[in-house]
Design a protein. Structure first.
Length: 114
C-alpha cells in the first residue's frame, strides 16, 4: 500500500539545523511532484516547499527562502528537506505530500526552542 514516512524531526535550538526525510513506497515516486507542508498549533497548514518530479524545479514559501532546501533521490524513493538557521516560528508538524497523487504522510514534529 501507499506509504510516506517522515523522519528527522526533533528539538533544536534557534540557529540550528535539521534534515527531514520522507521515504515513499507503494507508488511510482519518480512520477510525482512532491511537497513539504507544515502546520503549527492553531494555524492552518501551509506549503513550505515544492519540487518537480525530476527535481529540476523548486519553489519555496517566502518565510523559508534562503534557509530551507528541498531535494529528492528518485533512486532511493526519498524526499528531503534541509532546514538551516531555524527559528522558533519554524516550530510545527512537517508533512510530506505526493502532490501528483494527493498522498500524505503522518508528519514529523520540529520544535525550535532554547
Amino acid at each position: 500500500q501507499v506509504q510516506l514516512v517522515e523522519s528527522g524531526g526533533g528539538l533544536v535550538q534557534p540557529g540550528g539545523s535539521l534534515r527531514l526525510s520522507c521515504a515513499a513506497s507503494g507508488f511510482t515516486f519518480s512520477y510525482s511532484a512532491m511537497r513539504w507542508y507544515r502546520q503549527a498549533p492553531g494555524k492552518e497548514r501551509e506549503l513550505v516547499a515544492h519540487i518537480s518530479s525530476a527535481g529540476g524545479g523548486t519553489n519555496y514559501a517566502d518565510s523559508v527562502k534562503g534557509r530551507f532546501t528541498i531535494s529528492r533521490d528518485n533512486a532511493k524513493n526519498t524526499l528531503y528537506l534541509q532546514m538551516n538557521s531555524l527559528k522558533p516560528d519554524d516550530t510545527a508538524m512537517y508533512y510530506c505530500n505526493a502532490w501528483t497523487y494527493s498522498f500524505w504522510g503522518q508528519g514529523t514534529q520540529v520544535t525550535v526552542s532554547s
